[in-house]
Design a protein around this ligand. Sequence first.
Ligand SMILES: NC(=O)c1ccc[n+]([C@@H]2O[C@H](COP(=O)([O-])OP(=O)(O)OC[C@H]3O[C@@H](n4cnc5c(N)ncnc54)[C@H](OP(=O)(O)O)[C@@H]3O)[C@@H](O)[C@H]2O)c1
Length: 255
Amino acid sequence: MTRPASPDQLDAQPAATPHSAGPGDRPAVLVTGANRGIGRAVAEELAADHHLILAGRDADALAALAAALPSAETFVAELTDYEGTAAAVAALELPTGLAGLVHSAGILVNGSVEDLSAAEWERNFAVNVTAVSELTRLLLPALRTARGTVVAVNSGSGFNAKGERGAYSASKFALRAWTDALRQEETGHGVRVSAVHPGRVDTDMQHELRAAESGAYESEKYLRPATVAAAIGFALRAPAEAVVATIDLRPRAIG
Ligand SMILES: NC(=O)c1ccc[n+]([C@@H]2O[C@H](COP(=O)([O-])OP(=O)(O)OC[C@H]3O[C@@H](n4cnc5c(N)ncnc54)[C@H](OP(=O)(O)O)[C@@H]3O)[C@@H](O)[C@H]2O)c1
């Protein structure tokens, strides 16, 4: 676990929102997939005024990222290892609860119904849906304490399905159903739930997708991870009386 470097550094940061504080009186936010892509951009977006709990599998890379941020610690877990994830949650110190939980970890499983095995379907659903629900379940008491916000990074594929992408789309449609159900369930507990649906984003996953599509990689046409992170930041920072239920964010060049 990497803790903030010094109280002086913390004092230099902007004031925290008052309802739920992490170390140094900052609201604590756990971000999955924090090593790369959209998750990393979310960490950078929130770094100035939050305490970050950086979740990922590569302990060294996470520690290096945490050391470069003003207030951050690491949360090392393979999210489909439910016992290991529960142990990592039990080790967290969240005296004033958890102000935010951003689910950015996800995988792209490509292939037709004809080609994909049952094991590939199960891996796809385990990472993109079941692990999201299980981590949220484990953190619900802390989220309720802080009247926190859950943000699920969904996709345009959570609205529209295409051939060869059925498994991924099915998992993102399921994630949309999960998000809507959780929002209803948690309204009475003060926890709000947001879904952010980006179109193509310039990350490693997009490289994988373009390779599967045998298409040119046109990064200038895609959303930047920082743009998606700003939308996620908007959902997390929404005024207390509001919930940003859904953001459908598309690259202008593609529509
Ligand atoms: N890129 C796009 O065009 C796009 C568009 C719409 C939606 N999305 C969604 O946005 C989210 C982030 O995507 P991205 O583009 O940032 O992807 P990415 O660059 O491929 O990064 C995926 C992240 O998920 C983590 N991860 C994957 N499986 C995991 C597991 N079993 N346990 C723990 N962590 C795991 C990876 O950790 P490691 O570093 O350890 O591998 C990595 O940090 C995903 O949910 C994706 O579906 C992406």
